[in-house]
Design a protein around this ligand. Structure first.
Ligand code: NAD
Ligand code: DAU
Length: 345
């Protein structure tokens, strides 16, 4: 099995590059690594938006391919035609609430699609494969303690169960076939281009319109927030210097209750806390996520650089400065989604 620890990508296949973290990662790589080409393979679900990459679409080192990660021929052809040497796999159904309403797409994309990509990576000569995972696979913490990479996987939602299955498949391809797989598991991201179904952009969008801010349960659930650019930097380090077969936790050192986050948003935006509305809780709502990111710090030298208060201020400023982007993304299907998800809650 390969234990190589330094790898210099020339052409990276980014799956799901039109989504939130994927588009930030594409931009990060093109800006930071002038000698690297990026192929973005994305089938543009409701969460995929080429507007997220409008500023880099003319870059000669960037190519977009509209395809489904479940389509074996399309994936193989894309890798071969472009001389892809590595895969950073973001593409997924990513929203927990949607997985509760309809789990099938989550298994199809997150499990079936990941398996398809792993098989393609083997066929193309054992491409370096970064499986972008989530801390949600570890389950839920009580008031104390942290997830380490040794914490047993104990996913609770259909989303996290499908992501755990994907991690297991990636790990199996390392152990069985020697595919150079690295797995990362990250806490909650926030920042520009996040789809406003996720808590922070949803609350910003509602606050700007003076609409109620729907806090699940009593708002005491805790998440560990990470600014998306810090995540992108960690992913590049894991891709290029991570040890194959290994998992790396990535976290923000920024635990907050949901109520604290929502109040901070209202404070930054100069809006009244009377907009806060407590609504029926998410079924099986994990209480707390908190990451021990000691391994990636000690082995790869990564630590988060953006503190939550300034990251949130930057994020709010970005959304308020991109009202057209928000208006596009929240018209049509989003309205229907919002009504169905929140009506009578
Ligand atoms: P997102 O929902 O914003 O974007 C997902 C992207 O994948 C979209 O562009 C979508 O079109 C594409 N996609 C979906 N199904 C596809 C398919 N079958 N074929 C091709 N493309 C497809 O997601 P995100 O929040 O950017 O998350 C990206 C990845 O990071 C996911 O794997 C997620 O599990 C993981 N992750 C997210 C967070 C977070 O806080 N958002 C934290 C940790 C890990
Ligand atoms: O931890 C990493 C995970 O973070 C990623 O793997 C997921 O892809 C990503 O969606 C995110 O999952 P969460 O379920 O934690 O994120 P979400 O933004 O949906 O919710 C954050 C918290 O806010 C959670 O405790 C539920 C709560 N919430 C969410 C929404 C959408 C509310 O109180 N009200 C809301 O309207």
């Amino acid at each position: 099995m390969s234990e190589t620890t330094a790898f210099s990508p020339r052409c990276v296949l980014v799956t799901g590059g039109a989504g939130f973290i994927g588009s930030n990662f594409v931009r990060y790589v093109l800006a930071q690594h002038r000698d690297v080409r990026v192929v973005n393979l994305d089938n543009l679900t409701y969460a995929g938006n080429l507007e997220n990459l409008a500023d880099v679409s003319g870059d000669a080192r960037y190519r977009f391919v509209r395809a489904d990660i479940c389509d074996a021929d399309a994936v193989l052809e894309t890798c071969r035609e472009n001389g892809v040497d590595s895969v950073v796999h973001f593409a997924a159904e990513s929203h927990v609430d949607r997985s509760i309403v309809g789990p099938t797409a989550f298994v199809d994309t997150n499990v079936g699609g990941t398996l398809n990509l792993l098989m393609a990576a083997r066929k193309c000569g054992d491409l370096r494969f970064l499986q972008v995972g989530t801390d949600e696979v570890y389950g839920s913490l009580g008031a104390t303690g942290y997830f380490t990479e040794e914490t047993p996987l104990d996913p609770h939602s259909p989303y996290s169960a499908s992501k755990a299955a994907a991690d297991h498949l990636a790990s199996a391809f390392y152990h069985t076939y020697g595919l150079p797989v690295v797995i990362t598991r990250c806490s909650n991201n926030y920042g520009p281009y996040q789809f406003p179904e996720k808590m922070i952009p949803l609350m910003i969008n509602n606050a700007r319109q003076g609409k109620p801010l729907p806090v699940y349960g009593d708002g005491s659930n805790v998440r560990d927030w990470l600014y998306v650019e810090d995540h992108c930097r960690a992913l590049w380090m894991a891709l290029t210097r991570g040890r194959p077969g290994r998992a790396y936790n990535i976290g923000g050192n920024s635990e907050r209750t949901n109520l604290e986050v929502v109040k901070a948003i209202l404070r930054h935006m100069g809006r009244s806390e009377s907009l806060i509305t407590f609504v029926k809780d998410r079924p099986g709502h994990d209480f707390r996520y908190a990451i021990d990111a000691g391994r990636i710090r000690d082995e790869l030298g990564w630590t988060p650089t953006v503190d939550f208060e300034s990251g949130l201020a930057r994020t709010i400023e970005w959304y308020l400065g991109h009202a057209t982007w928000l208006d596009h993304i929240t018209s049509g299907a989003y309205q229907k989604y919002y009504e169905e998800m929140y009506a009578g809650r």
